[in-house]
Ligand binder design. Structure first.
Ligand SMILES: CC(=O)[C@@H](O)[C@H](O)COP(=O)(O)O
Length: 254
């Protein structure tokens, strides 16, 4: 069970809704992924014009917890404005804080992310900041009172997987709140690796929406996340430098 603030989920996969080839494929991929949390950029929503196409319309949004994100914000103030807009339009009070520091790498701005998180907590939001994989930043965000931390595996849309597993595992080890690895996941192996490190969940989008077969990939991600979690809970064997026989012969009279 993944618990974030007052919310509980049985799926540990958080899925982005952008960049699918079409809405029917998006709908089918979402269905087979088993996700209960859908994230999307508030700025992509036609909140005030119901006649405009709505990219969530095929999805029976009431069956999911919506996690609006503040993509496009460059400052804490912009992120707070976007979050308030989402809340005012009746979307969930959970918000993924995304304050980008540089539009080439799409890496998050740590200082503005910290400031935005503080301001949104004061406003009563359930706050999930997307952050770099910085161990101390994760500590400071937790001290502020955020409800989950979402360190990036690698830059958004890069598909590079976890480029600093040490940092991700240190963040997980110190955290008393859920750690959801977000962005840069390229394959099911990457998602399983995050879960095997002990992550509480994985947020991904491009790996599914950009796959040759997004529906198959959505299912693969679901299975990978479940397998990774099971493996983590089961406890892997330690890595050793030398062989040790799988069928020991000691004590056997031959
Ligand atoms: C949808 C969303 O929130 C993205 O900003 C997120 O970080 C996913 O990144 P990938 O597309 O790399 O999975």
């Amino acid at each position: 069970m993944l618990k974030v603030g007052n919310y509980e989920f049985s799926s540990r996969l958080l899925l982005g809704t952008g960049k699918f080839p079409d809405f029917d494929i998006q709908k089918e991929a979402v269905k087979v992924s088993g996700t209960e949390i859908l994230t999307f950029a508030v700025r992509r929503m036609n909140i005030f014009d119901p006649d405009q196409p709505n990219f969530l319309e095929k999805l029976d949004a009431e069956n999911f917890t919506l996690l609006p994100n503040t993509a496009g914000a460059k400052t804490a103030e912009e992120a707070v404005r976007i979050a308030k807009l989402a809340k005012a339009s009746g979307l969930c009070d959970m918000i993924k804080v995304e304050v980008i520091g540089d539009f080439k790498t799409l890496l998050p701005d740590p200082l503005e992310t910290l400031r935005a998180s503080e301001m949104l907590l004061e406003e009563g939001f359930t706050v999930l900041p997307y952050a770099s994989d910085d161990v101390i930043l994760a500590q400071k965000l937790e001290e502020l009172g955020v409800h989950a931390i979402m360190p990036g595996a690698s830059p958004i849309g890069s598909g590079l997987g976890i480029i600093n597993p040490l940092n991700i595992s240190l963040i997980i080890e110190q955290a008393n709140i859920p750690v959801i690895v977000d962005a840069g996941i390229g394959s099911p192996a990457d998602a399983a690796a995050a879960m095997e490190l002990g992550a509480d969940g994985v947020l991904l989008n491009s790996a599914v929406s950009g796959a040759d077969d997004p529906v198959k990939m959505a299912q693969a991600m679901k299975l990978a996340i479940e397998a990774g979690r099971l493996g983590y809970e089961a406890g892997r064997i330690p890595k050793k430098r030398y062989a040790s026989a799988s069928s020991p012969l000691e004590g056997m009279s031959i």
